[in-house]
Design a protein. Structure first.
Length: 452
């Protein structure tokens, strides 16, 4: 493995608004042009770069976006994919999922993400590698202690991002870790992202993440810790494929060097004694529709932005015990239905689909990333043939416009509500014959803390 280098990059916060397209000489108010703000996933939007591209009737060409990005020689489009924000869909969409045009408003927004993070580790010939570092570290002593622990526990490299100290503290490094493990200093998050080894997942260490004791460490990853006084920035946390937290009895906030050492020790012990595989899913149930064609249900559709698909899939599997389905199989959705579902949804199975849907709705790491969650356990020829009980239902439909038709066609005996609903009636139509439907308990909405 080649060690990551610290490139000389123009991505400094002091140069956040430099204009890439110097030849355009255009005015931002020109009706035929629009600003394109692009940044690496993990950067704060204030640190994004800006270019000017053509815009017509509120739409931009995806080819124009690629042309603008290629002009920036620091962007490696062979490694990084591009996601654009579609104002009509109100979601991030990758260029592979978009047509020739995308709707924009105000300014166009683009994110660059590592296309190899989601690759499987089947081809790994060895036990993988990992690095660890601190974002905006405050004291040299903590950086030195973490460097020593990383060397003792097998790290390939360490790093700092925007360090607020001038030199390392040699007194904390009694084993001369610099002889065994290199340390790289990056000015900002963009430098870290571009220098991270290809396909290595970012793992954030921050309160509120997955409990460390249940976390399965990736083969290749980079652990990122926040500063002693600031924690891990939200923009960096969003870029992380996984976020883990450390259990405690009293205060949940550990010293940053101690937190890093505990995470690396946990990795070392689990690699020595691998975590047992999860229990197999129960036997699928055959549910027959009018055509007497068996379909394997239930399934869970978790709607998310395409740009966060890999992270949402990982959280569903690791935090909620759901098995994400990545390929269409006989008896599931039809090939066409599955293709449409995967464009906007994670398709998963679980022992108790309803309970998993509730836990997903309450998961703080998925808030802001998951738009809707549908549990589907039956097929129906039309809305009138969906058998319902005496509970109060709130309709959740895909596409969203289907909800109005469902409400209009439900029998008057079915009780409907919003805040007082005890169950969700999930209905989905991917353009095939009939509907997919299901019922799940409504997740309890968290109450705001009482005012003091």
């Amino acid at each position: 493995m080649s060690a990551p280098q610290s490139p000389q990059s123009p991505h400094s916060p002091h140069k956040s608004n430099w204009m890439l397209d110097q030849d355009s000489g255009g005015d931002d108010d020109d009706k035929n042009t629009i600003r394109l703000r692009y940044l690496y996933r993990g950067e704060h939007k204030r640190d994004g770069r800006v270019a000017t591209i053509a815009c017509e009737n509120g739409t931009i060409k995806t080819k124009a976006v690629l042309v603008a990005l290629r002009r920036d020689r620091s962007v490696d489009l062979d490694r990084f994919g591009v996601a654009l924000y579609d104002v009509k869909e109100e979601a991030w969409r990758t260029l592979t999922e978009l047509d020739d045009e995308v709707a924009v408003e105000g300014e166009a927004r683009a994110e660059l993400y590592d296309t190899l993070e989601q690759e499987a580790d089947d081809a790994a010939a060895e036990a993988g590698y990992f690095g660890i570092g601190i974002v905006r570290g405050k004291t040299a002593g903590n950086a030195g202690v973490l460097w020593r622990s990383a060397a003792q526990l097998g790290a390939a490299f360490t790093f700092t991002v925007g360090a607020r100290f001038e030199k390392e503290d040699d007194k904390t490094d009694a084993i001369a870790a610099w002889r065994r493990v290199p340390q790289f200093a990056y000015d900002d998050v963009a430098q870290l992202v571009t220098a991270t080894p290809r396909g290595a997942a970012l793992v954030g260490v921050e309160m509120g993440g997955q409990a460390l004791e249940t976390f399965a460490h990736p083969e290749r990853c980079v652990y990122v810790l926040g500063a002693e006084d600031e924690g891990l920035p939200k923009s960096v946390r969003r870029a992380c494929r996984h976020v883990v937290s450390l259990p405690s009895i009293r205060s949940a906030s550990y010293n940053v060097a101690v937190a890093g050492a505990l995470v690396l020790y946990d990795r070392f012990m689990k690699r020595s004694r691998p975590v047992p595989p999860p229990l197999p899913l129960p036997t699928t149930v055959d549910v027959e529709d009018e055509a007497a064609e068996p379909v394997y249900l239930p399934i869970i559709l978790v709607q998310r932005d395409s740009a966060t698909a890999s992270r949402v899939d990982a959280l569903l599997e690791q935090r909620h015990g759901a098995a994400v389905v990545r390929k269409a199989t006989d008896g599931d959705l039809s090939t066409e239905e599955f293709a449409r579902a995967r464009a906007r949804f994670s398709v998963a199975r679980a022992h108790d689909a309803g309970a998993v849907a509730c836990s997903i709705a309450a998961d703080p790491l998925l808030q802001g990333h998951v738009q809707r969650c549908l549990v589907l356990d039956r097929r129906a020829a039309d809305v009138a043939k969906i058998a319902l009980g005496a509970e109060t239902y709130r309709v959740v439909a895909q596409p969203a416009g289907l909800a109005t038709r469902v409400v209009d066609q439900l029998p008057e005996s079915v009780a409907l509500g919003t805040a007082d609903a005890t169950h969700l009636l999930c209905v989905c139509d991917f353009g095939g014959k009939g509907l997919l439907a299901g019922v799940a308990p409504a997740a309890a909405r968290p109450r705001p803390p009482p005012r003091r």
